[in-house]
Design a protein around this ligand. Structure first.
Ligand code: ATP
Length: 236
């Protein structure tokens, strides 16, 4: 399958601290790719650089053949790349429906909006049941669903997910990972950043291991799950 996203030699500094030390990886159309690593390894920095929130100091990010490092971040969503941020970041004082509407801001066709909303409600029945509820009163797992639903409202080709399992009970973690797999089966490519390496590797086609700003290992999800070093360092 064709490369949807290709990152080459990407470096990012925060002042004098180098958070990404020339990393290279790629995501093919239709894949689930996981980026795993400990606290502070540079996972969030990687996602924020892809979406243009942080500026790369050097290296390239090619997405559908375009150089993203030269494109302002507000244009990146309309190229089909959507973020599901860490800690969900739903708009707490808005209802579920209002949050979903925010996700559709790159689209202004009313009929298309309605059909997309219907599709999201089918995927997340809980969101439909709670469409008029204030988002800040949702449980953590429901907020994660809302953040995913909001990202999907823009009809992305790829979603960048930052730690979807964070702070969720095991039941919700399983539910969220099942949903990620279903969304992927519907044709959405997924780049998944996770500290929960076991869960991430179990659904990922391929994965990269990030350690203090460098990629130290890559392979198929299933192979990394059975890798002795990975087991010792990340799978407890
Ligand atoms: P976590 O899972 O804890 O979010 P991470 O793998 O996502 O970790 P990053 O948040 O990308 O890691 O951080 C990578 C490194 O960059 C860390 O050493 C962190 O302290 C540093 N860092 C992140 N943001 C900033 C910032 N705004 N200013 C200075 N240093 C930063």
């Amino acid at each position: 399958m064709a490369n949807l996203l290709e990152v080459n030699n990407l470096s990012v500094y925060y002042g004098v601290i180098q958070a990404l030390k020339g990393i290279s990886f790629h995501v093919d159309q239709g894949e689930i790719v996981a980026l795993i690593g400990a606290n502070g390894a540079g996972k969030t920095t990687t996602l924020h650089t892809l979406s243009g929130l942080i500026k790369a100091d050097s290296g390239s990010i090619r997405y559908k053949g375009k150089e993203l490092t030269k494109i302002p971040n507000h244009k990146i969503v309309s190229l089909g790349m959507a973020q599901v941020p860490e800690g969900r970041r739903v708009f707490a004082e808005m209802t579920v429906l209002q949050n979903l509407k925010m996700g559709a801001y790159t689209r202004n066709d009313k009929a298309e909006f309605e059909s997309t909303l219907e599709m999201i409600y089918k995927r997340f029945p809980r969101l439909e049941e709670r469409k008029n509820q204030l988002s800040g009163t949702l449980s953590g797992g429901e907020q994660q669903m809302l953040a995913m639903g909001r990202a999907l409202m823009s009809h992305p080709d790829i979603i960048l997910m930052d730690e979807p399992s964070m702070g969720l009970s095991p039941i919700f973690v399983n539910e969220i990972f099942n949903i990620i797999e279903d969304v992927n089966k519907d044709g959405v490519t997924v780049l998944l950043v996770e500290q929960n390496a076991k869960k991430a590797l179990s659904i990922a086609n391929r994965a990269y291991v990030l350690e203090t700003g460098s990629i130290v290992k890559e392979g198929r999800g299933i192979d990394l799950l059975n890798d002795e070093e990975i087991k010792k360092a990340y799978l407890g």
